[in-house]
Ligand binder design. Structure first.
Ligand SMILES: [Zn+2]
Length: 110
């Protein structure tokens, strides 16, 4: 994948994430006038919204970091070991910062 394609895909992902995040932030559940009866259900909805918002924010951070790597020329190389991230992996996840080995190591650390 060439740099121009990567940038285009990352920028459209970023736009998509920004849209999701603003929808999630404006979720009517948060401001809804609720009775005690459905307070439990609302809590579940609010939790789900927060979880989705967390995931979207994390991905947004990853996309922004990938765009920065495009600018400084480090894009496509694993941030941990410096080897080239396989083309197929970047096709699937243009925001990927690590090769598969380092990514699974990083996830085990969590
Ligand atoms: Zn690596």
């Amino acid at each position: 994948m060439d740099v121009a394609t990567a940038r285009m895909r990352l920028e459209s992902m970023l736009a998509e994430l920004d849209r999701s995040i603003s929808v999630l932030r404006g979720d009517p559940v948060a401001g809804r006038d609720r009775s005690l009866a459905d307070a439990g259900a609302d809590l579940t909805d609010a939790d789900r919204t927060r979880a989705m918002l967390d995931a979207a924010s994390r991905q947004r951070t990853a996309v922004l970091a990938a765009l920065r790597r495009l600018d400084d020329g480090g894009y496509g190389r694993c941030v941990d070991c410096g080897t080239l991230v396989p083309e197929g992996r970047l096709e699937a996840r243009p925001e990927a910062a690590r090769c598969v080995q380092c990514q699974s190591r990083a996830e085990r650390r969590r």
